[in-house]
Design a protein around this ligand. Structure first.
Ligand code: ZN
Length: 261
């Protein structure tokens, strides 16, 4: 059980056994319960052992009422239908759903995924936010290129700041508390990369590998491909904002425009 400070609400965690470089220790499946029942957030992989453990934990704290999804990536969503069936056919709520029967508020936060939402509850004193993959514990999330995702991601971080949670319970990693400095650190992390990238381009450094060596020099080899993707996302943002040098090689621009269409 996680101590949230919100009276009469309990939060539990069951972590899926799917650790990897992208999922950290595994996907976090959160359970929220109040006097009316319990809700499962992000069932995780379609793994019977994990889903049974989640169902048992949800029943321990209340009558299961529904399954909520932060975004449709398989490490969060593959077990969605199985989970709902296991809980006697409770409804599924996700981006675009009616949340009027759910005691959590959903806020649209695209950037990591086009359908990403964060879920939150509480009052002015204590506010708890489930961040999915928008903000992770102990890592920064992937923002894939296509359609101005980094611009959307930064706007989504601003929405989280406006919600002003005390604690963030992420889709991977440990609870983040205090929450707001971590959100600000994420924003600053992205903007610092952008400043460094603009400076490197200004120095006439146009080669992708050379840019990566300069701006993402701290990234370990296992994450270099992920850093390539991130750089493409940063370049896309600069292109959309008209901030790329005119003579920057156009082949790269085409590659993300293809993905965006
Ligand atoms: Zn994930």
């Amino acid at each position: 059980m996680i101590e949230t400070g919100v009276p009469d609400v309990t939060v539990g965690l069951v972590r899926a056994d799917n650790p990897s470089v992208m999922t950290l220790d595994g996907t976090n499946t959160w359970i929220v319960a109040n006097g009316d029942g319990s809700w499962v957030i992000d069932p995780g992989p379609d793994d019977p052992i994990h889903l049974q453990a989640v169902a048992a934990a949800a029943r321990r704290v209340g009558v299961p009422r529904g399954v909520l999804l932060t975004h449709d990536h398989l490490d969060h969503s593959a077990g969605l239908e199985s989970m709902a069936a296991l809980l006697d056919g409770v409804p599924i709520r996700r981006h675009g759903s009616d949340f009027s029967d759910v005691p959590l508020e959903a806020t649209f936060t695209p950037g990591h995924a086009a359908d990403h939402i964060v879920l939150h509850f509480g009052d002015d004193q204590h506010r708890v936010l489930f961040s999915g993959d928008l903000i992770l514990g102990q890592s920064s999330t992937i923002v894939p290129p296509g359609g101005g995702t980094l611009i959307a991601y930064l706007e989504s971080l601003a929405k989280v700041t406006a919600i002003a949670p005390n604690i963030i319970l992420p889709g991977h990693g440990e609870p983040i508390e205090p929450a707001l400095p971590a959100v600000e650190a994420q924003r600053e992390h992205r903007l610092k990369r952008e400043r460094d990238l603009v400076a490197a381009l200004g120095d006439g450094l146009y080669d992708r590998e050379a840019l990566l060596d300069r701006v993402w020099s701290d990234v370990e080899p296992a994450l270099r491909i992920a850093a390539h993707v991130t750089m493409q996302t940063n370049l896309e943002k600069l292109d959309l904002e008209g901030r790329l040098p005119d003579d920057f090689e156009s082949e790269g621009r085409k590659s993300w425009r293809h993905r965006a269409t």
